[in-house]
Design a protein. Structure first.
Length: 238
């Protein structure tokens, strides 16, 4: 199971370092065998001797150059970072990244062998427009994306569920994930208001391979509880 924390524009470098260090201790103490990812803010990136997969929330598709305000491959390589989040809804909808820009970023980091967590998800009006509109919208988010890339993980995160406390029903998550699994065999995470109280039932769904957690992961103990649930679920399956 994959359990990922998107720390967004929170936690300074010192706070992120301590978060990762303490989380690493927890994973060792509990002999956790799940794949755990943490995405700190850009200026909080650092080198870590840890089995946690620390990734970047964003970077420009270039090694370096004249891209004011952006960071490139060299800035990730400095810290040994080989994982990146691409297509997050906040980058699509708040920062205005287009599918074309996202696809370029995807190709660039794929060509450098990065593990990519690629996010897709629809706004509320699309969800309300019915299943055909929903699938059409989500399909367009696969444009220019090599869905057979072996280091791809997809995260389905409905925009209206992110940071709102709202989530689709378990039945809706399962049926949508099952439909998305037909588009790509990459592991498929659910994200959007995942918290301690719903993480286990979401991760227990057949077509869910893990979760991408924002707000609730800012409480390290909550994130650890969700990791423990993932571990329990895997053990129950065996
Ligand atoms: P949330 O965010 O858990 O706060 O809804 C999830 C995400 O944006 O990845």
């Amino acid at each position: 199971m994959i359990v990922a924390a998107n720390l967004k524009t929170n936690l300074t470098r010192a706070q992120s370092d301590s978060y990762i260090k303490e989380l690493g201790k927890f994973l060792d103490q509990k002999s956790i065998t799940q794949d755990v990812f943490v995405f700190p803010a850009t200026s909080s990136l650092n080198s870590h001797a840890t089995k946690i997969n620390v990734g970047a929330q964003n970077a420009y598709p270039a090694e370096c150059g004249a891209f004011t305000g952006e960071i490139g491959l060299v800035h990730l390589s400095e810290f040994g970072i080989k994982t990146i989040l691409i297509g997050h809804s906040e980058r699509r909808h708040i920062l205005g990244e287009t599918q074309d820009e996202i696809a370029k970023k995807y190709e660039f980091y794929k060509s450098h062998g990065f593990q990519i967590i690629y996010c897709i998800g629809e706004p509320l009006e699309v969800r309300q427009a019915g299943n055909a509109a929903l699938m059409e919208y989500l399909s367009a988010q696969y444009d220019g994306i090599d869905t057979s890339y072996e280091k791809l993980i997809i995260a389905y995160e409905p925009v209206w569920a992110i940071g709102t406390g709202l989530t689709p029903t378990l039945e809706d998550i399962e049926s949508l994930h099952a439909a998305l699994k037909e588009k790509s065999t990459a592991p498929l995470l659910y994200g959007g208001s995942v918290k301690v109280s719903n993480a286990k039932e979401v991760m227990a769904l057949r077509s869910v391979d893990g979760v991408l957690v924002g707000s609730a992961a800012l409480y390290r103990e909550h994130f650890e509880t969700m990791i423990s649930y993932a571990q329990e679920l895997e053990q129950e399956k065996q």
